[in-house]
Structures are given as C-alpha cells and as structure tokens.
Design a protein around this ligand. Structure first.
Ligand code: ZN
Length: 174
C-alpha cells in the first residue's frame, strides 16, 4: 500500500530542543496532519534517538497511529546519507540532496549499500542535476525520492513521496 510520506525532516533542529516534550510532539503531529501526510521520517544529524523518542511518544502518550520512521543523517565521504530504520531491523539508506556538497563523479560514490537518492529537495533543488540523478537511479536500481528536508515544522511536507514501505524493505534487503 502506498503511503504519503516525507522521508527527510529535522524536527529536533526545527524546535531547537533535542529532548522532545509532549507539547513539541503535538506540534509535530499537527504539522504532519496539516499536510495530509500518512507519516514522516525524522532524520536529525547524527542522532537516531530523537526519532525513536518521538515515535514512542506519538504512540504511547498520544495514542496516535501516525507513522513515524526513526532515522538520522550522517556524512558518507563527500555525501550526506540518510538512514531510515524500518520494521524488522531493515535499514534503508538514501543520498540526500546529491550535488550538495558538490562531488566530481557522483556515480562513483554509489555502492550496494545505497537504496535511494533524492531527486528533489527544496533546500537544494538548484544543486541537483535531475537528469543525471534519474540516470544513476535507473542504473543502480535506486528509489527516486522527493523530501522536504524541513528545518521548520511548517516546511514538513513541502515535498513528499507516495511510496510502499514493503517495497522499500524489499529493496533494502537485496
Ligand atoms: Zn537534512
């Protein structure tokens, strides 16, 4: 089943607080609902626990069914890599905003550990060579993703994907 998901957000940076309070989690949920999304991934820089905490609070404290995918964003050589922690201990990895930072040979940076790549990112659309990214995605069987990279809660859902989690898990297990 395809879901409407924004897979790259920085809710911690957006709220300048890395221990989510109930008030903040309510604001995150409201921001996601306002864009009619089925869920988001929370991908703080070098911080996987924030996303897990928000996920737990959404489920336990709010009793909300909104899908929260914990993740984080890290450096991979010259690239920025987002890791998403999917069910059954599956980790899905994608290149965030290819072209920023600029690399001479983007394709040489792609290896078997990568499962997706961003085609659109409102913070970096001018840096992304879309035809090149589409070619690379086809050659390496990568999911093409369109995410907000939100650094403000109101930017969540600026772009989103219509995507099947089971298909992402399947791709990440290959
Ligand atoms: Zn980011």
């Amino acid at each position: 089943m395809k879901l409407k998901l924004d897979l790259h957000t920085h809710c911690g940076e957006a709220t300048a607080l890395y221990t989510p309070t109930l008030e903040i989690v309510k604001r995150i949920v409201a921001a996601v609902r306002a864009k009619n999304l089925d869920g988001i991934a929370i991908t703080e820089h070098y911080n996987r626990s924030y996303g897990y905490r928000v996920k737990e609070m959404v489920q336990k404290d709010l009793g909300d069914q909104l899908l929260i995918i914990p993740g984080q964003e890290v450096d991979k050589g010259l690239l920025h890599l987002v890791m998403l922690y999917l069910p059954d201990d599956v980790t899905f990895r994608f290149i965030a905003h290819p072209g920023y930072p600029r690399v001479d040979n983007l394709e040489s940076q792609i290896d078997d550990s990568i499962h997706g790549i961003e085609l659109k990112n409102p913070c970096h659309d001018d840096d992304i060579d879309q035809p090149l990214v589409e070619e690379i995605a086809q050659r390496h069987n990568l999911f093409l993703l369109t995410n907000s990279d939100a650094h403000f809660l109101s930017d969540i859902g600026a772009y989103h994907n219509e995507i099947d989690i089971d298909e992402m898990c399947h791709r990440a297990r290959q």
